[in-house]
Write a protein that binds this ligand. Structure first.
Ligand code: PRX
Length: 645
């Protein structure tokens, strides 16, 4: 896409925005030149119990230490709930829209306070104490939000595991953070189909004998198994508690949550976020990137199992006293108009979704969009993967009727919140570009040797200094934190993304440069899928790569070598697909499995993924140098039998 296709900020769009063209630059300069002054002032958006005197204390060298507001104390739940009372007692905090279009509920800030306090008291009754890790494996129901805030209220550290993950994935995460408590529901519902969450937990916990209590929300009323002495119905436990629950005073650097995310090696790692800096970041970015104004209805379609749900359904909007919509369903149920029907029904003003959803809906034409009134929408957002200009233009013209700016927000689980994004009213838009950095964010591009690239250039995206929302460590493994993010380039945070900067200084994220694939905006490590495959008796070796996919952004292509004596049959192929779904979850379903008698390896035994990627991308004409391969003949076989024709 041309760097010159610009959608300038219009006078109408810049009226009353938080930031204007004139002050974006000045504020940005201030934020990076004097972070202590800028963030010292900005952090006052929260209520502190003991005010901080130290703002920034961070070091990207040596042992890597990130601390913000380190001598301040506060409680995240109080900042999201209590402090909006009594003024917002009757203002809607959450709107729940069920999978079934007939189901919706409004919860005021007054109600939210009661629900969260009761939930927190139930957790205490179960024995949960400050610092304990609590695993939340829930559908998109209000209790998922109550559970997160209840943990924050009593100083417990939540680890939300996406409801689409398998029992094995749940078990791995429970064991990794030594979580003794689980919160789940009988079942989830998505697109009319029931998801057996409690049954999955039962299966997972066969591997986790440490777990003391499983709190179960009754959602569908489906039949569930029961372990006496371990399992507790929430609706029964809540009868015996009051709505009075004092909040714990937490240090700014006390952990708020752990969220597992995939990397290029090994099993997913527990990204740890702490209380003060994270909440300042979530709150400020929500207010500025969405230009949120009091009274607006804001809808982020993510799941609370991902970081987007943490920062932009729960913590950011609620810290700002916003009305945040929680959606249980999917974009295509009961039909392809669902998003727009919900927008009309609840008069949504700000709508934030992922490019994969846009691409899927774009295929179904304009009619399902136009069927519903979208005049309430004034701002659109995109997150999770690069948005291709074609999808951007459709989103802009068809959904937004060419009157709503699109904020293409680049960030990561690790960054806690939005890092590069246009600010409405302040930054001209270019379809496909996340545009310019948020306050305090100092992006840079480096080449493979770590040399800084100036001006218009393409390279690896790094961030040169800390920002308040940054992850603090990998839970229980600080070495891995250092290794993953700070070993590639000394003194710099490496994002794992490739990026281009144009002559206007705009950033264009080009995708991951490591062995991470982004399937429908969800991160998966190729190593994870490979280890699931080799755990099957019909696989002796596997290599997984991503390839461009029209709707998902990237698809999963697996090369599999069966052991001697095992036949590469269609049945085995199907079985492996089912196997990976069971081992990880449906998001890891391989699109293609190619049986390969041999994988392209160097003489030292290293798989040359570059070649596998090219074949999966159907670009086998440009394989580059294959002379270092131990057996160049394997490549011909791979090309002959490729699946993605
Ligand atoms: O590759 C980038 C891509 O998603 C990765 C982060 O994934 P995750 O931690 O799961 O968080 C997703 C939601 C924030 C990034 O390294 N990514 C995210 N947003 C964008 C993006 N790529 C391009 N444009 C974006 N707006």
């Amino acid at each position: 896409m041309s760097d010159n296709q610009v959608f300038p900020v219009t006078a109408a769009a810049s009226a009353n925005t938080h930031c204007t063209k004139d002050n974006y630059k000045a504020l940005y300069e201030q934020s990076v030149k004097d972070p202590d002054a800028f963030w010292g002032k900005e952090a006052k958006r929260l209520d502190w119990i003991t005010p901080f005197t130290i703002v920034k204390n961070t070091d990207f060298t040596g042992d890597i230490s990130v601390k913000w507001f380190e001598d301040g104390t506060l409680n995240a739940c109080v900042n999201c709930v209590d402090r909006h009372l009594p003024e917002k007692e009757n203002v809607t905090a959450l709107i729940w829209e069920g999978d079934n279009p007939d189901d919706s509920v409004h919860v005021t800030y007054g109600d939210l306070y009661e629900h969260v306090c009761r939930f927190a008291n139930v957790l205490k009754q179960q024995g949960v104490q400050k610092g304990d890790r609590v695993t939340i494996y829930m559908p998109m129901i209000l209790e998922a939000v109550y559970a997160m805030l209840a943990c924050a209220r009593i100083g417990a550290v939540h680890s939300v595991v996406f409801g689409g993950f398998s029992p094995d994935a749940v078990a791995g995460r429970v064991l990794n953070c030594e979580s003794d408590y689980i919160i789940t529901a009988d079942e989830g519902v998505r697109g009319g189909k029931h998801v057996p969450l409690k049954a999955n937990v039962d299966e997972a916990l066969k591997q986790c004998p440490n777990v003391k209590s499983v709190l179960v929300i009754q959602h569908t009323g489906g039949i569930v198994g029961w372990v006496e002495g371990r399992d507790v119905w929430y609706h029964e436990a809540v009868k015996s508690v009051t709505a009075d629950c004092p909040a714990e005073e937490m240090n700014a650097e006390d952990p708020l949550f752990i969220l597992y995310t995939s990397g290029s090696t090994g099993q997913p790692k527990g990204v740890l976020h702490t209380t003060g800096g994270y909440l300042v970041w979530a709150s400020m970015t929500h207010e500025y990137a969405f230009d949120y104004k009091d009274g607006e209805i804001y809808w982020c379609t993510a799941d609370v199992g991902w970081v987007t749900g943490h920062s932009y359904i729960v913590y950011g909007p609620l810290a700002n006293g916003a009305t945040s919509l929680v959606f249980e369903g999917i974009p295509t149920y009961p039909d392809a108009s669902r998003f727009w029907q919900v927008c009309e029904k609840h008069k949504v003003n700000i709508f934030y979704t992922a490019p994969t959803a846009i691409r899927a809906l774009m295929r179904l034409g304009e009619e399902p969009v136009k069927k519903y009134d979208r005049s309430s929408i004034r701002l659109l957002g995109s997150v999770g993967e690069p948005i291709n200009p074609e999808a951007w233009l459709w989103y802009y013209n068809v959904v937004g009727e060419a009157r709503c700016p699109i904020v293409d927000t680049w960030w990561q689980t690790e960054t806690g919140g939005i890092m590069i994004s246009p600010l409405p009213g302040a930054v001209d838009l270019k379809p496909g570009s996340a545009t310019l950095p948020f306050f305090g964010v100092q992006p840079a591009l480096v080449d493979a040797d770590g040399k800084f690239l100036e001006g218009a250039a393409s390279g690896n995206l790094v961030i040169t200094d800390s920002w308040p929302g940054q992850m603090r460590t990998v839970y229980g493994d600080h070495e891995r934190f250092k290794q993953t993010y700070f070993s590639a380039y000394k003194g710099l945070y490496f994002t794992g993304d490739g990026c281009r900067r144009d002559a206007d200084g705009y950033y264009w994220i080009t995708g991951r440069v490591d062995d991470v694939i982004n399937v429908s905006g969800h991160r998966l490590g190729t190593a994870e899928v490979e280890s699931a495959l080799v755990a099957h008796a019909g696989v002796s070796e596997a290599a997984v790569v991503g390839f461009p996919h029209d709707i998902k952004g990237q698809g999963i292509y697996a090369y599999v070598t069966p052991p001697a004596g095992v036949e590469a049959t269609e049945d085995l192929r199907k079985e492996l697909v089912t196997w990976v779904r069971k081992e990880i979850g449906p998001i890891a379903t391989p699109d293609h499995i190619q049986f390969a008698p041999g994988l392209p390896k160097t003489r030292s035994g290293k798989i040359m993924r570059r070649i596998l990627r090219k074949i999966a991308e159907n670009e086998y004409g440009s394989l580059g140098d294959t002379s270092t391969l131990a057996d160049p003949a394997v490549v011909d076989d791979l090309i002959k039998n490729r699946r993605n024709k």
